[in-house]
Design a protein around this ligand. Structure first.
Ligand SMILES: *Cc1c(COP(=O)(O)O)cnc(C)c1O
Length: 398
């Protein structure tokens, strides 16, 4: 029966057309049009009533203290470092998206990359502790794929050493730490609303903090540092959220809870199907935490599974299933950071994880049948692991 043979070896592809990694959940134009019209007719195009309404909506949803709408997560991270006057070295994970470290480097500061925990994929607090020097001023950690950082441990380290803490929460709108929305535990969390995130503005960001002076700084800093009288208080950015983007964000935020529970169901279904295969493991989410599952990742143990991550990518491609090696390469190994003295640091878990991780399609309109079909494809690829691996190796020489 050809249905049991992987497409790479001549079987029928599982999907007739590509199953993508993500499909943004965006509102219908008809829903947005009256508000767009209102903005265009009013002439108030940016950082005005729709941005304020979005801030209020995010505040009531998350229970966070101060909420500022901004143009991107990257800009929010850059402004935080500038306003809190970080100096010298900033401790950050390498297993993250490049923008985390870029925000540090753009401020002329040195990112000091530390290892992640191999189970949760988030920054390892003991590695943070070890990396502290007298030049360290801050910790910038990422809630990876929406799985919250061990914030109790990080807060403790930060208060012991008088360090600022900011979280790259790009993935994590809607995530819970110990049963509550993460901003309710304090610190600063910067969210992204770029197209691949659960709440999207097309482009945009949200900063939530319990630090009043940071919040006031961002209000001015997103407007070049201009408090309104053109006498800039500091070197700011243009990091305002436009009104049109705020409208898109507000309407996707209204569907976040359903979107998020559907993603959690999909992740559960993937896990229960795939846990039958030895050699595949998953990101662990601590009891009491809730992940947004911005991404759903499997970790491939090539020896036990009998198929390498690279062969799996190719074999899934033949089945018309998109997959993504993410984060790979890890940030410390990217060309942009080749100048750093700390580049040769020892990050064994980060390196291993980035070589064995594979993110599978996940989006809220994905059906159970699609999830099951992806899992069946992985199963048949594994069943024919030896031939698949040989085929991939041969292609290399063809
Ligand atoms: C998407 C993303 C960013 C960048 O967000 P922008 O809003 O595009 O600036 C930063 N960090 C992580 C972890 C991301 O996934």
């Amino acid at each position: 029966m050809t249905s049991d043979i992987p497409a790479m070896l001549g079987g029928q592809p599982t999907f007739p057309a590509l199953l993508p990694m993500v499909r943004p959940t965006i509102p219908a134009f008809d829903e947005l049009q009256p508000k767009f019209k209102q903005v265009l007719e009013s002439g108030m195009l940016t950082n005005a009533s729709f941005a304020r309404a979005l801030e209020a909506q995010v505040k009531s949803y998350t229970g966070g203290h101060y909420v500022q709408a901004i143009s991107s997560c990257t800009a929010g991270l850059m402004l935080s470092a500038r306003i809190q006057k970080w100096r010298g070295q900033v401790i950050t994970p390498s297993f993250t998206f490049c923008a985390t470290a870029h925000a540090i480097a753009w401020n002329g500061l040195e990112p000091v990359f530390v290892d992640c925990d191999p189970k949760t994929f988030t920054i390892d607090p003991s590695a943070v502790q070890e990396a502290i020097t007298d030049k360290t001023s801050a910790i910038l950690a990422t809630h990876v794929f929406g799985n919250p950082v061990d914030m109790d441990a990080i807060s403790q380290i930060a208060s012991d050493h008088h360090l600022n803490v900011v979280y790259d929460a790009a993935h994590a709108l809607g995530s819970f730490y110990k049963g509550k929305h993460i901003p309710q535990w304090g610190s600063t969390h910067v969210y992204s609303m770029s197209p691949t995130k659960l709440v999207t503005a097309c482009e945009g960001g949200i900063l939530i903090t319990d630090d009043q002076s940071l919040s006031e700084g961002v209000q001015v800093g997103r407007d070049y540092g201009n408090p309104g009288n053109y006498d800039c208080q500091f070197v700011g950015l243009n990091a305002r959220l436009s009104e049109l983007h705020a409208i898109v964000a507000a309407s996707t935020l209204a569907h976040l809870e359903e979107n998020l529970s559907r993603r959690n169901e999909i992740a559960q279904r993937y896990q229960s199907n795939l846990s039958k295969l030895s050699g595949i493991s998953f990101q662990s989410i601590a009891q009491g935490n809730r992940s947004s599952f911005k991404d759903f990742a499997i970790v491939i143990d090539e020896q036990r599974l009998g198929v390498s991550r690279e062969a799996m990518v190719k074999a899934l491609e033949a089945e018309n299933i998109a997959s993504r090696r993410y984060f790979y390469p890890p940030v410390h190994a990217q060309h942009a950071y080749a100048y750093l003295p700390s580049r040769e640091v020892h990050l064994p878990h980060t390196i291993k994880l980035s070589q064995s991780i594979l993110c599978l399609p996940i989006f809220s309109t994905m059906t159970d049948e699609q999830v099951d079909a992806v899992c069946r494809s992985i199963q048949r690829i594994v069943t024919h692991g030896t031939e698949v691996s040989q085929r991939v190796a041969r292609r290399f020489y063809d």
